[in-house]
Write a protein that binds this ligand. Sequence first.
Ligand code: ADP
Ligand code: MG
Length: 692
Amino acid sequence: MSDVLSTDIQFIKGVGPKLAQVLSKKGISTVEDALYFLPRAYEDRRKISKCRQLIPNQNATLLVKVISCREIRQGRKMRLEVVAADDTGRVAFSWFHAYPSLKEDFAEGNILVCFGEVKFFKGFPQITHPEYEKMTEFQEGKPKASIHFGRVVPVYSETEGLHQKTLRRMMGEVMKLSLNSLDDSLPDSMRERLNLPSLRSSFKAVHFPEECPQENQVSKFLQRIIFEEFFVLQLGLGLKKKNQKSEKAPVLKTDSSELKKFLQSLPFELTGDQQTALKDIQRDLERHFAMSRLVQGDVGSGKTVVALASAVIASGNGFQTALMAPTELLAQQHFRTAEKLFQPLGIVPLLLTHSNASDNEVKEAIRTGRAQLVIGTHALFQKGVQFHKLGLVIVDEQHRFGVEQRNALVQKGEGAHLLMMTATPIPRTLAFTLYGDLDLTLIRQKPANRIPIKTSIIKDRERHKLYAKLRERLQRGEQAYIIYPLIEASEKLDLKSATEMYETLRKEVFPSHSLALLHGKMKADEKEKILLDFKNKKYDILVATTVIEVGIDVPNSTLIAIEHPERLGLSQLHQLRGRVGRGSLQSECILVAESFVTERLKIMERSEDGFEIAEEDLKLRGPGEFLGTRQSGLPGFRVGHILRDAELLNLARNEALELLEKDPSLENPENKKIRDMVQSRWKEKLVRLKGG
Ligand code: ADP
Ligand code: MG
């Protein structure tokens, strides 16, 4: 970054330390930050209106001479009333506080340009709190254009203690100071080919445009700035990916007899997408650098088998596998699946949780390599756990783990391969920004034997319909979930209502059935017991909070009712719905809407495709909400919007990949500037993107 761009904003003329503090709230601490603080709107102040032609409720720019200025006492306050005129008529201005500089500026005889919304009072035009500028310079009898008048004027997002005029004046200074130091970092050839204006003219046009930009339209100048932002990030991600490819990892032979035996012993055939995923993984494992692959697949798409097949490959090569899941329940489930499916192979999996993590025998089994597959929770990456030869790390529901946690586990091996799985499908545009440094595999196809889940929305007052359906299912010996979401802010209250709901159902609605309650505040072993009992049909209905969202598998449970579905994101609803439809029975999902049914919820009735639902969710709620908390990785772009500018993002990604293809380390002199830019920017960006 040039010296000018990194200059502390407080040193800009007219700013100073006090204002700098206010600016920092807007994320502006350097000249460069200010450049990227773009106007939220524009006002066309090129045309000067005449007093006689003013139209009520419209903005107008006036050039007037002050006729009178007087203070009027109103209780304890002093109001200021100004009458001014041009050659066609008069206009009044008023302020609720008469401060000294105002009185000075509006002294009789002064000529000013004023801007504001016109109201009529007793047939007389009036503007309250107009923006104004005292005119001292004239050109051919007309006031000289300034940054506030006689041009298209930028309007910035304000904050307390920060006014439009202050911001605009500062931007004027910033432009004067920095435009000459703004160098294009994009290679000239690329700029010409893509017909992108220079960075200099782009910033100038975006802050102080010649023509008034259309509302909601992204001008070619703004596009230029956004493109660069995307391009730099994509290059950074591309380079990071390349670096990862140079991290050494064991070459694993993948056409092993163990793998064949494993696949043959499965009670089903892999779907096409599962086979493709496995092939992707095999190709990765055969290389001498570490795999870093994310498998995205909807609930029930069969990711576990693919993961277990990879573990079989590792063990066939004499390496251990660690499979990490976010909850104990999920770890136990994976453990049972592994036990069952590995039986014909003689591979013995080991379950590591917080309850047995300090068990010496367990630690010994991991340290000596006797445990070929270790399945566990966060306990896996704790200090005391030592592997003999860890070659593969599998992280299920990867978004539940931090980057450091993942790395802590990987570092227990000497260059272990990393396979991540997620059942939260991420729309392509987001995946590009969040996971641009990973290899991605999609499992979109569902196992053929799967029967679609019927989804319907009912209103709270039609609750009897739900109970009728529940009864029908229970009579056939099937089971059901009733989900009661908790929201953090009022968790205690919600938990009370979840508990009350459970009591009502148990005592009044289904007295002859057995019900259980499951929520996040329970101890792990308590939860585990309830789920196990539910799986063993000890209970007919499980009333639960969203704790069961993550991967619980009870094929005999065929109905899921979700209360207050409007509180949850579509993707989360989809996840919850995936708790049913896991066996050979027709399953059903009933959303109990509070009072009316939103368009958003209706998508659930229409679609069972997690990717489609995720796209909709992203469109409706924006990336922040979609991803949940900020920490989980809100793309921190300064100017680009991944949805509005999806096309630019695609373009930037393709251009970045192409450039790296031709010049993998950006060594070509033409690319030097962009390389410097990536180095100075992408690190900070990635930190922002991934929260660490
Ligand atoms: P998820 O992708 O949600 O983790 P799972 O791996 O738990 O899905 O698989 C869901 C269910 O589908 C499991 O009971 C699993 O045994 C079964 N399954 C997986 N693959 C297939 C297949 N190719 N054909 C039939 N059933 C399958
Ligand atoms: Mg799973």
